[in-house]
Design a protein around this ligand. Structure first.
Ligand code: FES
Length: 177
């Protein structure tokens, strides 16, 4: 017959307190890490009508310094007020400035399966499954079912403001997710 030997945990109140503290600390750190990693994805699932995230135009810095006619990746930051924690979220977009009052703004996500694509100097190319797009967003090759998705924008007093939107991937129609 096998005997199992159990070493009883110390019931010393100080030890119990320490163990509980360490457990709580790890739980807290794990929770914060999980939230910070998953929030950008989870936040997309929140109905937009609740807080109207999609309704607001957010300023994209440095529009005035962009060269004319050359696609540039730009970043902008927004504070997510819908979160119970206020979170700063960094977005990226592709901007082609046509003039001081006109531009094309693309979502950075490939309409095939949402990978981020790049500009190689002549065309946009997606590293995931090889979709290619012209400067005006037209599909040149690969499995992408539709052109690049443009985002709503406005230019006021020389500043660019963009509405962040997500569109359903993998389908020919441009429909908000
Ligand atoms: S996600 Fe871009 S080609 Fe598949």
């Amino acid at each position: 017959m096998t005997e199992h030997i159990h070493t009883p945990r110390s019931q010393d109140p100080e030890d119990v307190k320490r163990r509980n503290f360490i457990k709580g600390l790890f739980g807290g750190i794990l929770g914060i890490l999980t939230l910070s990693i998953t929030w950008p994805f989870v936040s997309y699932l929140i109905p937009t009508s609740v807080g109207g995230r999609d309704e607001k135009f957010i300023k994209v810095p440095n529009f005035s310094s962009l060269p004319i006619g050359i696609p540039k990746k730009m970043n902008f930051e927004d504070v997510d007020e819908e979160a119970f924690l206020r979170l700063n979220v960094i977005y990226d977009i592709w901007v082609i400035k046509h003039s001081e009052v006109s531009a094309t703004v693309y979502s950075p996500l490939c309409p095939h399966l949402n990978c981020r694509y790049n500009w190689d100097g002549k065309k946009f190319s997606c590293p995931c499954h090889g979709s290619l797009f012209s400067e005006n967003g037209k599909v040149l090759g690969g499995p992408a079912p539709r052109p690049l998705d443009t985002l709503p924008y406005k230019i006021e007093a020389g500043e660019l403001f963009v509405q962040w939107k997500l569109y359903k991937a993998g389908i020919p129609a441009k429909i908000e997710a």
